[in-house]
Write a protein that binds this ligand. Structure first.
Ligand SMILES: *[C@@H]1O[C@H](CO)[C@@H](O)[C@H](O)[C@H]1NC(C)=O
Length: 242
């Protein structure tokens, strides 16, 4: 009887400790748990009150070829500043967000154990990103895979010619979904819908409510009823005991 009770309590507490509304993914530079960070750098400062990134990561996120991933934005000539600021914001979002729980998936990659998949992006953020990059140049659609890394940074592989952005990505949707191998899902939802994730925001983080919405809508309800069942079972066992 005691054994069963202890098992139930252990199960319950382990279920409770995975808080999908406030967690950090297990990846290259993320903190173990989210928390306040005093001095997040420039574009990453909106995450200051609760972040999965450190100040160091946010400063590096603003540099070309930073030690974070040795990633070269300028692989087909210099990327325009207007375009680059979206990649900086995307890096801040990826490194700092504590509300990506509903979209975190396990992966077997040398550099991380978890990734994000199909995070529903607000239409405005995807469109302004594409608009500001549409006169830039790139050689690849999926920037996660297939680079030539022999120099230590990513270069276009031999078979990939530098082409106009709009030839590689004809639409905002094709860019947002393909550039990081489906990390993002394109939506027609606007920021004020409360149902899409925002890369750009000021003030309190609007993405917590969005994560909550998707958790309650999806597996979250099962998760909760599972918890309630466990608690009821525990109470029943206690009643039998005493
Ligand atoms: C961040 O940390 C790395 C590794 O410790 C270090 O090499 C780098 O200089 C730091 N960057 C900043 C901007 O402090």
């Amino acid at each position: 009887m005691w054994g069963r009770l202890i098992l139930l309590l252990a199960l319950t507490s382990s279920t409770l400790s995975l808080d999908k509304l406030n967690m950090c993914m297990d990846a290259k530079h993320h903190k173990v748990q989210p928390g306040p960070e005093g001095l997040l750098y420039k574009q990453c400062s909106p995450w200051q009150s609760n972040a999965c990134c450190t100040a160091n990561t946010t400063e590096e996120a603003h540099d070309d070829n930073s030690y974070l991933y040795n990633f070269n934005w300028n692989h087909c000539g210099i990327m325009s500043d207007n375009c680059k600021r979206h990649f900086i914001q995307d890096t801040c979002f990826y490194e700092c967000s504590p509300h990506l729980g509903p979209w975190i998936q396990k992966v077997e990659q040398s550099w991380r154990k978890e990734r994000i998949l199909d995070v529903p992006l607000c239409k405005e953020d995807c469109h302004s990103w594409w608009d500001d990059c549409k006169n830039d140049i790139t050689c690849k659609t999926d920037w996660h895979y297939g680079w030539d890394w022999t120099s230590g940074t990513n270069q276009c592989p031999l078979n990939a010619k530098c082409r106009k952005w709009t030839d590689v990505y004809p639409t905002p949707q094709s860019m947002c979904e393909q550039i990081w191998s489906k990390s993002y899902l394109y939506t027609e939802l606007a920021k004020d819908s409360g149902k899409c994730m925002q890369l750009w925001f000021t003030g309190p983080n609007p993405n917590q409510k969005v994560a909550e919405y998707y958790l309650n809508k999806g597996s979250g309800t099962h998760h909760n009823s599972y918890l309630v069942a466990l608690l009821l079972l525990s109470v029943t066992s206690l009643n039998v005991l005493f």
